[in-house]
Design a protein around this ligand. Structure first.
Ligand code: G3I
Length: 486
């Protein structure tokens, strides 16, 4: 059995931005050593795993050089899917010529962070090299079997699951007439599953598609196929629901739909979650996105047989959405600077990271300084400018501060001292450690953002409660040098 029984938890409505944040969530939001491998205490990952499910994300090999991204991926998520590196055009760009280098790098990152790994994907009409499309029908089955066998054998024992066939249906529920269907008819699906099982008997084998999250013609088609395959003894273990949603449009039949699949003896998973909106995002849409994420998390928790969720990409800056839907985006739980959005806090809350009756604001923002970060010294020639973005609501606020080095020397390790208005108490921070919780505070860099070149800048932020004065922070000094107001 993949997961342990989990406690039942009733879902409660989430307020807009005023989602309560526990100490655990605060820790997860940024008060952590940047180089910590594996689950951070109170992270999405640890909270999900405590409930018997996983919470994953997807990264590509280009993302591995982005320290801010990999820090979030490696501490917040427990499952990893390569965005493109195990697709046919990457793995076997020409007949019989395999390149597992890019996929291996994603696997290595996941293993270094003790993450589950999802193979994506063996058979798909898209990102399929043209040589496959051009094959005579009589040769497609051999090519498909060879591709599956070679790829699944290479990764044998390393992957939790494979998306064996991806996006096989049209919106009206008919089969997509791709090279595989044209050559083998509907039987290619069973053939692909049997071939994958023979190559890696330990991997869970999935069919994966989008727009099958609610009850509709396309999900009916997937259901009927899954039922038929199961009745024939074809090795199908699960169905993946990609869940590329539009804000406010999570189908109300999501739970009922997932449950009809689990009733077939299959596991189900949300495999590519995101929730897009028109750009630029406004606070109402971000709040709705939080409710959407919470809805999906809560639904998975409520469905016995829903083994986990994965977001597609880490932050909004990495997302595929703007490239495919011009003018839309902001679909993930992290903004362009990897600051957690309301959807992050809502997901934490839905995973039981806060209670409906929270104790007074935690103060994990303590004064402790990571031992790995040396205390910066005042730097000759240092000068600074600080700009602030402030979002406020009735009892709380988030403030993002951008610190620019206007001096002539590189700042190597920084501590920004600043004053909070009276009545404000910091409850969480990102991209820096911040403490104490009130009064005069110091924000210190994490492992990945300690250097500010002349003319360069870094951004960090915090969330705070207030008792009426929601004004901005002030009186900034960087490494002991007073900054000028922007
Ligand atoms: O590799 C080429 C590069 O050589 C070239 O210079 C560049 C120019 O545009 O394109 C690069 O290929 C891009 C590829 O991603 C790798 O970066 C393709 O143009 C681009 O279309 C492709 O997009 C991917 C998309 O699948 C393709 O359908 C996205 O990154 C990836 O996130 C997305 O993921 C899919 C899932 O696999 C299936 N479900 C939907 C999901 C989102 O579309």
């Amino acid at each position: 059995m993949f997961r342990t029984p989990r406690p039942r938890r009733s879902h409660r409505a989430l307020g807009a931005l005023a989602v309560s944040v526990t100490a655990a969530a605060v820790a997860a939001a940024g008060l952590l050593p940047a180089d910590q491998a594996g689950a951070a205490a109170g992270s999405l990952r640890s909270l999900a795993e405590a409930k018997g499910i996983y919470f994953g994300t997807a990264i590509g090999q280009g993302d591995l050089d982005n320290t801010a991204l990999t820090t979030v991926a490696g501490t917040q998520f427990g499952m990893l899917t390569p965005t493109n590196e195990m697709k046919w055009d990457s793995v076997e760009p020409s007949p019989g010529s395999f390149d597992f280098g890019p996929g291996d790098r994603i696997v290595a990152f996941g293993q270094a962070h003790s993450m589950k790994l999802r193979g994506h994907t063996l058979v798909w009409h898209n990102q399929l090299p043209s040589w496959v499309d051009k094959l005579p029908a009589s040769q497609v089955q051999t090519a498909m079997r060879n591709h599956i066998t070679t790829t699944a054998t290479h990764y044998k024992g390393k992957l939790y699951a494979w998306d064996v066939v991806n996006e096989l249906f049209n919106e009206n529920g008919t089969f997509r007439e791709d090279a595989f269907y044209r050559a083998m008819g509907t039987g290619y699906v069973a053939d692909a599953l049997r071939t994958a099982r023979a190559a890696d008997p330990g991997a869970k084998l999935y069919l994966n598609d989008y727009n099958i999250e609610g009850l509709n013609a396309k999900s009916d088609a997937m259901y009927n196929l899954a039922k038929s395959l199961k009745s024939q003894g074809v090795p199908l273990d699960g169905v993946g629901f990609q869940a590329h949603f539009v804000v406010g449009q999570v189908p109300s039949s999501l739970k009922a739909n997932l449950e009809r699949f689990t009733a077939l003896g299959l596991e189900v998973a949300v495999t590519e979650l995101d929730d897009r909106m028109q750009l630029p995002p406004d606070s109402a849409e971000l709040a709705q996105q939080g409710r959407d994420y919470a809805n999906v998390v809560t639904t998975c928790l409520a469905v016995k047989g829903c083994v986990g969720l994965s977001q597609w990409d880490v932050g909004d800056a990495d997302s595929w959405i703007p490239g495919t839907f011009p003018g839309e985006g902001a679909g993930t739980m992290y903004d362009n600077n990897y600051r957690p959005k309301p959807a992050y806090y809502a997901s934490v809350d839905a995973l039981g990271g806060s209670t409906s009756n929270p104790s007074p604001s935690p103060t994990p923002t303590t004064t402790s300084t990571p031992t790995s970060t040396p205390t910066p010294k005042p730097t000759d020639g240092a000068a600074c400018k600080v700009t602030a973005e402030l979002n406020t609501w009735n009892t709380g606020l988030t403030e993002n501060l951008t610190v620019t080095n206007t001096g002539s020397s590189t700042v190597d390790g920084w501590a920004l001292s600043f004053a909070l208005p009276g009545g404000q108490t910091v409850t969480g921070a990102w991209n820096a450690t911040v403490g104490p919780a009130a009064g005069r505070l110091t924000a210190r860099n994490l492992g990945y953002n300690g250097t500010i070149a002349p003319g360069g800048s870094v951004s960090f932020g915090f969330q705070a409660t207030h008792t009426g004065n929601a004004g901005p922070a002030g009186q900034f000094s960087l490494n002991g040098v007073v900054c000028r107001a922007a």
